[in-house]
Design a protein around this ligand. Structure first.
Ligand SMILES: [Zn+2]
Length: 338
């Protein structure tokens, strides 16, 4: 209900010309809306997690809005340089995708090309090499597939059963499962075996999931192909984690960068914090590692006054209606949140 009232109010404000006033304001001109996406569905992923996945149709509608309303979609590196030079064109936007899922390769990139929009992928590389479903997200997806049931722990080789009867119990079961995998020091192959067992219990054909490459990261060859076609590939750590130990943190950047640069032949100097998590001590570590910019998930426009290692982004997702998206990119809702 609140959501409907909010959308109706935004539609009214839009027809009153408020978004137009915002998008053409001097304030908006001084900033870039850096858009953040995760995945574009190959199948039903947006029904499982609309905060991570969007249908190709909804994503195309976003691109249509950017085109129709004449937004200036800039490559991320250029946007960052022009923020500093205070030389941004009107209505600046940059498009970023986190993780580098296979669905970016076959769903998002063809659409972006059709609209002539540049994009940056923040690629995590561990599951690019070990090309199997990403454990954390695939586990969540499979538990969703078995929603409403209780899965027998004994059959899964687990210490307890998984209660998936409600959304909160499913969330707890998922977190417990991740903690179990961690506590038992499971390696990637063992985690993959657990996924196979979960799929069998959920009635999902794991071989189909593998064939469709659901919840997979792009292979190094796919990354090379995209880079050659003009897609920008940047840093997101090798194992999708930001250790609090300096040495381990720097190793994450180094391992990630080596693989990206080998695949793209281009420098990887822009970074995105996995899960948007950051701490003040990361900033000097990133600086020493030669990282030029880093993005968070704090909702705001990136401006000359922003710390270049803490650039905010507008996280777009399937639960946002087109009018809410327009309110965001115009600067209106981002200004309200200040
Ligand atoms: Zn990520």
């Amino acid at each position: 209900m609140r959501k409907l009232v909010k959308r109706a109010a935004l539609s009214l404000l839009k027809s009153a010309g408020l978004f137009r006033a915002f998008e053409n304001s001097r304030w908006r001109r001084g900033g870039v809306a850096i858009l953040c996406y995760h995945g574009i569905s190959l199948a039903d992923e947006h029904e499982w997690d609309p905060s991570l996945y969007m249908s190709p149709e909804d994503f195309e509608r976003r691109l249509e809005i950017l085109k129709k309303r004449r937004y200036s979609v800039l490559p991320l590196g250029e946007a960052i340089e022009r923020i500093r030079a205070r030389d941004l064109p009107p209505k600046s936007v940059a498009i970023t995708f986190d993780d580098g899922a296979y669905d970016f390769y076959c769903r998002a990139w063809p659409l972006l090309r059709a609209y002539g929009f540049p994009a940056t992928v923040y690629l995590t590389t561990y599951y690019s090499e070990y090309n199997r479903p990403v454990f954390n997200t695939a586990a969540s997806y499979l538990l969703w597939k078995a929603r409403g049931r209780v899965l027998d722990g004994a059959k899964l080789g687990l210490r307890k059963s998984l209660d998936l009867r409600t959304a909160p119990s499913r969330q707890s079961a998922w977190l417990w499962l991740l903690a179990e995998a961690e506590a038992n020091g499971m390696d990637a192959a063992q985690k993959d075996e657990l996924l196979q067992a979960l799929a069998a219990a959920a009635g999902v054909d794991y071989s189909v999931l593998l064939r469709k490459r659901l919840l997979h990261i792009m292979t190094p060859a796919e990354v090379s192909e995209l880079a050659a076609a003009g897609c920008d590939i940047q840093l997101h750590t090798h194992r999708h984690r930001t250790p609090l130990d300096r040495g381990l943190f720097v190793r994450e950047i180094r391992d990630n960068r080596e693989r990206i640069e080998a695949a793209t032949g281009a420098p990887a100097i822009h970074f995105c914090y996995p899960c948007g998590f950051y701490r003040p001590e990361f900033l000097p570590w990133l600086n020493t590692a030669g990282v030029v910019s880093a993005t968070t998930c704090e909702p705001a426009l990136a401006r000359a006054s922003s710390n270049r290692l803490l650039l905010p982004r507008f996280v777009d997702h399937a639960n946002l209606s087109p009018v809410e998206f327009e309110a965001g990119i115009s600067g209106f809702t981002l200004a309200l949140r200040r």
